[in-house]
Write a protein that binds this ligand. Structure first.
Ligand code: SAM
Length: 296
């Protein structure tokens, strides 16, 4: 796909409407446990892909610097309100399909609840791989089409699509579930070495969440998730991979590149960066680098 469509969260109240009100406290806690198990204790520069309103960002405390990338400016504004203007955080509005960073920049990346929106998942993953240094850690969460509920519904003929086939299923516009084997295949093709898989959110059922406290369900989930290397039948799967040794480390001081022409020299202007190659001007407003569309 040359120009894949983007699921646009501009103006969305996703953080409050989806995570507020306590009904997803269990999922949030279960994800926190998975992240803690998979993340390295410390590191230098972590890229959070599809960071949204920064729900997970505080969980990356072991990293010296975190770059929050999201297509939606308003999500990043919410993240900035939550996390503040510490030098540790860099807010970048950009499209994962048109990454504004030089190759080999980051020593870690996370992508949580974001592959879910990728119409061209292999391309998105390739772009992630390019900006990672050799040996960098990549924590990827994806929505699993081969989950127990989908299998049951398919066997009972209540669902037309097969959870067993390898192609992604778009169950709603720009919302995709993936087959674990397909995701593993993409990672392998991109020279990622898969180290660990954790199955997460086994108990994502309203009646269970009403019956039991979130902490208890998250604890049970953390036990069930340990079988993630053997089988993956939960709605969400977390993976930890490391980038292979092929590839470069970014030159000292290099950081952004122009998403239009790829030139890595971006000169500082007033509230903007100007590409020395093609002259494109990229806004820097209210603490957010905006690489979505060049300024006219
Ligand atoms: C479901 S939210 C998840 C946010 C956060 N990772 C979390 O778990 O709370 C998905 C996020 O991915 C972002 N997103 C979707 N497509 C994107 C793209 N092509 N490039 C960058 N961000 C994208 C959306 O703007 C949204 O903030």
């Amino acid at each position: 796909m040359s120009n894949p469509p983007v699921c646009d969260y501009e103006g969305s109240d996703y953080q409050d409407s989806f995570w507020g009100g306590g009904m997803r406290e269990y999922e949030d806690r279960a994800e926190a446990i998975a992240l803690k198990r998979l993340l390295p204790k410390n590191g230098k520069l972590l890229l959070e892909l599809g960071a949204g309103a920064g729900r997970n960002t505080l969980r990356y405390a072991g990293f010296e610097r975190v770059v929050l990338l999201d297509y939606s400016r308003t999500q990043l504004e919410q993240a900035r309100q939550r996390l503040g203007d510490e030098a540790r955080y860099t807010y970048v509005a950009a499209d994962i399909y048109k990454m504004p960073f030089v190759d080999g920049l980051f020593d870690a990346a996370t992508m949580i609840r974001t592959l879910h929106h990728m119409a061209d998942a292999p391309l998105a993953l390739r772009n992630v791989r390019n900006v990672l240094q050799p040996g960098a850690v990549f924590i990827l969460e994806y929505a699993n089409k081969l989950n127990l509920k989908a299998i049951l519904r398919y066997l009972l003929k209540k669902q037309a699509w097969s959870p067993f086939s390898l192609e992604p299923v778009e169950f709603e516009a720009l919302n995709f579930d993936f087959h674990p084997q397909a995701v593993r295949g993409w990672l392998k093709e991109l020279d990622f070495k898969l180290e660990r898989q954790l199955t997460v959110s086994h108990f994502r059922m309203r009646f269970l969440k009403r019956l039991f406290p979130a902490g208890f369900l998250a604890w049970l989930d953390s036990l069930a998730s340990l079988t993630g290397g053997l089988w993956q039948l939960s709605p969400s799967v977390f993976t930890r991979s490391t980038a292979g040794e092929i590839g470069e480390v970014a030159a000292e001081g290099a950081f952004f590149k122009c998403p239009q022409c790829g030139n890595a020299v971006l000169e500082k202007g007033v509230e903007m960066l100007v590409c020395a190659g093609c002259g494109s001007r990229w806004a820097v407003r209210d603490g957010i680098y905006d690489f979505k569309e060049a300024i006219n």
